[in-house]
Design a protein around this ligand. Structure first.
Ligand code: ARG
Length: 512
């Protein structure tokens, strides 16, 4: 029922108790929290502590990460001209963060509970799509996105350690990976210990990175003002591509840079005043992000020749060397490290909430829904997420992980906005403090379909992988939710043979 989707403070009846099973999976608690006790999901909810400033910082912090320091070259290469590339950055920003953001503002104020797409899909279409969202989110997309961003942070950290070496020299991969794992461990610990520590770090890093991008922009504008010209042709639009597929390929990296705009919806239940703050944060945040991204791009174009931009994967580095000379090799990596660590911190924070909420809905194993008794953080979800992130750090590759991530993320953006349309028909009586103008939702839906189709054509391998992964959630849903077995019972049945084996060992005393 709708009631179950509302945050605990607005609920009138208790949530339906889930099937309790044998002791095996209670292991979850002992395994993860040997020293302290957790509160079970029915005992406590996460406190509603987040202010407007934290919500705004969350969006900005999650959005400004690896993308703006690495994708501009790809965008330019596909768009063909400086004018078209800037157009892609602007349109990408309007399409997803702004239009999508408005749709998500309606969803989030109508159903102000944490969990992002999960509660909307539950309310509109039922538990299969909601289950698939949790399934892909908790196991792949969220941990993978943390790994992608942290890998970039680690790469720049290692670059800093070897700053005397030429920029194109390969970095020791083991060192990059180890650094990434250390970063994940530090940020996860911070988030486990306190929500406040996590958000304070986030706020500081957010201010830092917005200021740095503004500084980059100011340098660009100064250069343009003092006679610098943008290279690459007689007019800004000369050599622009005319193929829609090229524009889809140019949009994809820009949308990765903007991604994160929807993440306040994941913690809507923890906002002090969701009705007022969610729409404000979800519109103001991306507006700031779009502005600083355009500024940064203009600065790159004012300082670097287009041929260098298209060839560069670490464009901020080239920019820094050009402007600051040798010290650019120190300043710019510091900016990128601050930005990416902030984004990865924010992603760890919201990703764990997703697992936590889905577990409370019975779609993920229930130990993930527990809250640390003393710190009141989703401890188990945080630890599990970072374990998976470490795995992706060890096996992952930046480009295919991004493609894979985007395919799955876009499918759920599409489904969430479809859910918005469905809910307008099926639940017309629900209070909608923020209503998006319907054509905006249609444009968002149409562009998502366009991106998915062209994206699948452009990266068929990743699209196939993403589809397989989504489909693999269906049998899990069938057993766990449809057949009402629950993860605990499934786990305990899978473990039964092993348990019987252990009980036969002569030195194991079985309690009566
Ligand atoms: N925009 C970020 C970046 O450029 C990526 C955000 C990924 N999304 C997420 N939910 N973690 O690095």
């Amino acid at each position: 029922s709708i009631n179950a989707l509302l945050p605990a403070r607005d609920r009138t009846t208790p949530t339906r108790p889930r099937r309790q099973s044998s002791a095996t999976f209670e292991l979850g608690n002992q395994f993860f929290i040997p020293l302290s006790r957790t509160l079970s999901n029915r005992e406590a909810a996460l406190p509603a502590d987040l202010t407007f400033a934290s919500a705004l910082a969350l969006i900005i912090s999650l959005s400004i990460g690896s993308g703006i320091f690495s994708s501009p070259g790809l965008v330019l290469a596909h768009a063909g001209s400086v004018g078209a590339a800037l157009g892609v950055w602007l349109i990408g920003g309007l399409l997803f963060p702004i239009m999508g953001g408005c749709c998500y503002a309606e969803l989030g104020t109508m159903l102000p509970s944490s969990g992002g797409e999960h509660p909307y899909l539950m309310a509109a279409v039922g538990d299969l799509p909601a289950f698939l969202f949790s399934w892909t989110g908790a196991t792949v997309t969220r941990p993978a996105s943390v790994s992608i961003i942290t890998l970039i942070a680690a790469e720049y950290t290692v670059r800093l350690m070897f700053y005397a070496r030429p920029a194109d020299e390969a970095l020791p991969l083991w060192l990059v990976r180890t650094t990434a794992i250390v970063f994940i461990a530090i940020l996860t610990t911070l988030n486990c210990v306190s929500t406040k520590a996590g958000t304070t770090v986030q706020n500081i890093l957010t201010v830092l990175k917005v200021l740095s991008l503004c500084l980059i922009g100011a340098i660009g504008i100064y250069k343009l003002g003092t006679g610098a010209v943008v290279s690459g042709g007689d007019s800004l639009f000369q050599h622009s591509s005319t193929s829609p597929v090229d524009y889809a390929l140019a949009l994809a990296p820009a949308l990765w840079a903007y991604d994160g705009w929807n993440n306040v919806n994941l913690v809507a239940g923890e906002l002090r005043n969701p009705t007022r703050d969610l729409p404000r944060a979800i519109t103001i945040g991306p507006t700031i992000v779009i502005a600083v991204y355009l500024l940064a791009n203009i600065a790159y174009y004012a300082v670097l020749p287009t041929s260098v931009i298209t060839a560069s994967h670490a464009i901020a580095m080239s920019f820094g060397k050009e402007v600051f000379g040798h010290s650019g090799a120190i300043v710019i990596p510091l900016v990128v490290i601050a930005a990416t660590l902030g984004a990865s911190n924010a992603s760890i924070f919201t990703g764990a909430r997703l697992a936590h909420v889905s577990a409370r809905a019975g779609h993920l194993p229930s130990f993930l829904g527990n809250i640390h008794a003393r710190h009141r953080t989703p401890f188990n979800a945080l630890v599990t997420q970072s374990a998976l992130s470490v795995l992706f750090v060890l096996v992952g590759d930046f480009k295919s992980l991004v493609n894979f991530y985007s395919m799955i993320a876009w499918v759920f953006y599409l489904l969430a906005v479809l859910a918005l349309m469905v809910l307008r028909r099926t639940q017309p009586g629900l209070d909608r403090p923020f209503r998006v103008w319907t054509p905006v939702a249609w444009v968002f839906l149409a562009s998502t379909v366009f991106l998915l189709v062209t994206g699948a054509a452009g990266a068929p391998g990743e699209a196939f992988g993403a589809a397989c992964f989504l489909v693999s959630g269906v049998p899990a849903w069938y057993i766990v939710v449809r057949k009402k077995l629950g993860w605990e019972e499934l786990g305990s049945r899978l473990m039964a043979p092993f348990r019987r084996l252990v009980e036969r060992l002569p030195w194991v005393a079985v309690r009566p």
